[in-house]
Design a protein. Sequence first.
Length: 124
Amino acid sequence: MVDEPKEHRGEGLGPSPLGLLRSALAACTVATLLDVAEAQNIPVEGLEVTIDSKLSVVMDESRLSWERRLRISRMIREIRVRGPITEEQKELLLKGAEFCPVENTLTNPVKIETTVVIEGSSQQ
């Protein structure tokens, strides 16, 4: 279930879409770093990734209130690694995080094509 917080007219019953985006980045980072650790023989005993974010609202006075643009303007990723990791291995993990497909998607412009399909109507 996906929901919005009460301050955004939701019920607060589940994660928000932006919360899921942060979770996707964290999960992808973990999976990517586990692959890097295995490939580079880095002795990772535990791995935790947290994502914090800063929101911004872009408002154009000529637009309607529902046309405001709420977006994440910055994500802060913290990677906690447990194990006997050298400084060189730490740098390999830091560089490896850049190969996360979710990060690559977020840091490069994505064209989103949208269509609206009307169902249950005789109109075409």
